[in-house]
Each structure stands twice: as structure tokens, then as C-alpha cells.
Write a protein that binds this ligand. Sequence first.
Ligand SMILES: [Zn+2]
Length: 388
Amino acid sequence: MRFAVSGSYGHKYAFLGVRETQLTHWQMFKRDFLSSKPRLMCILVSIVLLGTVGASEFAYAQEAQGRSRQSASPNNIKSSPNSSAGEVHLLPVQGNISMLVGAGGNITVQAGEEGILLVDTGLAPMSDKVLEAIRPLSKRPLVYIINTDDSGDHIGGNENIGKTGRPVPTDSQRYAVTERVAASHAYIIAFQTVLDRMSTPTGQVATTPEGGWPNDTYSVPQKNLYFNGEAVEIFHQPANTDANSMVLFRRSDVISAGDIFDPSEYPIIDLKRGGSLQGVLDGLNRLKQMVIAADHQEGGTMIIPGHGRLSDAADLAFYQQMVTIVRDRLKDMIKRGMTLEQVKATKPTRDYDPIYGSATGNWTTDMFIEAAYKSLSGKQETSQSHGN
Ligand SMILES: [Zn+2]
């Protein structure tokens, strides 16, 4: 299982809160010391915080170690070999929202009197367990599925789960209803490109059965819904592919980010499907604007990432900073005319590798650097690029 289910809130202290606080207290200590007015409290706090940092970093290194043993992802399907034998876990987030982990990509569940809405559906073999987990949440059936991209660990359950759904005929916002949907099926919402890829990926045979295709696509920057007493905004944001969506639940104050944000590893950049490192960074920057922290960078808007643990503003800020720094390092090396091999030889991510790196699996550090280099140098294998 690649999901950190619990016990992960301490880490953010190690990277944002405490490091900054530690610095502040250290500076205060020095200032006080020099001005011959040492404050006992300050020294004590500094000592306690130093201890906390050590402990947190140790805990984080442990998790990173555990993660590196897990399987990473290929370009299209991020799977864990044990998924089909694994269990799913439903974690309440806040408001109407829960997070279902263990079925492939994280699944966001919004439940209420009108029924159930899912963001992503996990891997196909996990569908029964997903249905079992969400059934008790509402007396009404599943109404909506929103797909954040078209990778198998996010759309795999579309067909099995979607066919248990029922559209609600009274909602004025559902205008593009096909006959098939009207018969009996959940609405499956995605950016238009997701349907294009699932239905005719090579112009020949569709990779996904028709029952799993999105039947309510959008091709504008934003699509809105109102469901279970809550405004739901769906934003198109090209990132690790050119067809990512992220979903904001306004009343619950939760964002389902899909693979735009994956704190469990370096961002996957699917060049063939129009992904780019700059796109991922644009997505993270946009998320940063949408996420509002409560006191001391904690709580506030919660983010359900495509993979990995439930996150908040501090977690996002740390990840966004990492991607920005790596982007700047690579850009600088490209500007100096360095080849991919030369760039790799400098180990440009070595300080982050204990947290996000992997030498094995399907999304290794090497693969990330290569995709990022190609993305930034404009040497993609596709014509679709989102700038550098
Ligand atoms: Zn994913």
C-alpha cells in the first residue's frame, strides 16, 4: 500500500513551521544573548524545538524509506501490486467530504441527502470494495463521478461503479444528458480530452469499455455543479497531462487535486499526453492561491492529493517549493548548455531524494529528471507543450 493513512501530520512541522520557528527563536536567542538579556524561556523553547526537528526529520526519513519500497507508477497507471488484495479505508475530512484510500489513486467522496459524488474511481479490481465503503454514506445512490485525468488508477472503477448510479432528473444544471445516461448510469464528468483518449486513444480500438467513458464532458476552463447543498467547481488545469481537472468543494472547503499534487513522489510528467513540469508548477501555484490556512499554517482548506496523505496549506507549500527549486536548477543547467547526461551526473535533486526519490519502480528519480529536462528544454516527443 502506498498510502500514508495516518500519523503524518507531524511532518509539516519539520519542514515549515518548525524550521522557521527554530530560526526565529535562534535569532532571538542570539540577539538576547548579545544584549546581555538572556531569556530562559527562549533558550528552553529553542532546545525543545531542536529536539522536535530532529524527531520529525527522523520520522519523515522513515516514511520516505518505506515509500521507496513501494511501487511507483508508469506513465499511465500508478498501481500497487497489492491493490487487488488490499483494503480500502474511508477517512472523514471535513464538511461533506471523505477520502477513500487504498483503491489506486485517492478517491474523494462527497455524500449527503441528494446522493453521492465521487472524484475518481480507483483501479477496476477495487470497485466492489469502493462501493461497499461508500454505500452507508447516503440513502440515495451515486449521482456523479468526476475524473481528474484518464490514468487507470483514477478511472478504473468508472464502469463498475458508474453503473450503480442514477442521475437526478430534477437538477437544472444537468443539460448534456445522453440517452445512455438517462437510462441508468451516474454522470461521469471529465475534461473533453479524457473522453477522446479513453474512447479512441489510437484511432483504433478503445482501451476502456464504453460504460466507463465520461458522458458529461466540458471543454471550457471551468464547470460548476450544485450538489448536496454545496457549490462544486471543476477547473481544467493542464499539469502532468493536458487534461487534468481539480475540484473545489466550496462549503466543505476541500480541494480534490488529482495528480496535479502528489506529495508521495516527484511529479509525474506525462510528455506524451501533453504534461509538463511547468504545467505541474502552474497547477501547484494555482492551488496555493485557492488554499487558505488556518492558524499557524495548519488546517483551513484541506487538499486530497492524487496519491499520498491528506494535506493542507503547509504540505502544499513545501511541495510547491521543491518543484520550483528543481525547476530553477534544471532551467539554469539547460541554459548553460548541459546535456541530459551531464545534468543527471550533478544529481540535481539529491537533497530531496530521501523524501521523493526512488531508484526502482515505475517512476524513478532518473525518469523524473529526464522528463523534466525534456519538458523544460522543449525536447518533448509531443507537440503539446505548456511553455517553459
Ligand atoms: Zn495518479
